[in-house]
Design a binder for this molecule. Sequence first.
Ligand code: NIG
Ligand code: FE
Length: 424
Amino acid sequence: MSSENESKSLAIIHCSQVVTLAGPARPRVGAELRELGIIPNGGLLVRDGLIERAGTTAEISSLIDVNTMVVDACGRVVLPGFVDAHTHPVFAGTRVDEFEERSRGATYQEIAARGGGIQSTVNRTRAAGLNELTATCRRYADWFLRGGTTTVEAKSGYGLSLEDELKILRTIRQLDRETPLRYVPTFLGAHSVPPEYNSRRDEYVSLIVEEMLPRIAQEKLAEYCDVFCEEKVFTTDESWKILSAARCQGLGLRMHADQLSLSGGAKLAAELGTATADHLEHTDGEGIAALKQAGVQPVLLPGSVYALGSSRYPAAREMIDAGLAVVLATDFNPGSSPTPSMTMILSLAATHMKMTPAEAVTAATINGAYSLNRGAQLGSLERGKIADFVIHDCDNYRELAYFFGIQHPWQVYSEGKLSHGLRG
Ligand code: NIG
Ligand code: FE
């Protein structure tokens, strides 16, 4: 938006639906997941990058003056920008060769066992400099925005050495500064044990605890710490050590839990009281009850189930029925989930996890924001919140989950400024 417009307010009018997600100031559970606070024939007034008012077109029109820039949505739908609460968006190269191998029948675990998988991305990411990495990842920032995502949680984890993890976290900071996409950084040094530590994994855990975490906390390069807790990756004991040390350094906690097997991840997340437990494809009823008891938010990632060719989706309905504040995210990464598309995730959630479109939208916006400690600023269109919103080219929000494989957004706004799409 040009500087001459900066002092102006912005009004969006003639929206078939303004999906506000207005509601209690906490993550939504149970029937609340289906309450979207929709204003038919709605509008939005934005000032200084914040939501001033959501209301009917008549109400918003009455507030328009000569300093208001008006966008006619012509019957389209407005939603908060998606908050994608689990991504791995900084990596060099692709894994398209392995993708083809998997199309011929090889499995993700077989490829990883022979040094491919995460390690092949680590090798390439280590070889790339910060500027090269930033340039590569700007492309992905653009993909997220074009798909209607305005905030991503961004994990490191393809460096696995002090310097390379710092380089990735600095890349995330750089991308946050220079693109309209908002990044919430997470340190994932415990993504895999690098081969040089294969015979001395204790030393890698010590490196994370004694060197990486203090340095990252000191430079304020991450808000959260995550661990890939899984048989043959990081055991529950190792995960406990790393996450406990991260908590002492003042970081919030997240966890890859029970993705490929029931390995006690959800129970450990509950024991530690992490902000989230992510994946949970293999979590059982006991694990779900433990998450509920501890108030941990499940982050469900159906894109990785789909892209790995599995049919084992997480038990979203049981989790909703148990009262968990479910979150949906892409898990964007070059191996198990190469998609930045939150609307693809809405489609998978509705089709394979039997979440209604309304539940999926709540899980992809306000609940994601709360899982990142941003619930007071992001995830709904309520007075005083940051004006991150999207005008989607449809007249009913349910079409976002229904028509899949297309780009829905017509215009994307970050802090009240157009970041993608044509001017009205
Ligand atoms: O969330 N589970 C571990 N990490 C990623 C996969 C990363 C990769 O394959 O590069 C995930 O699925
Ligand atoms: Fe992941």
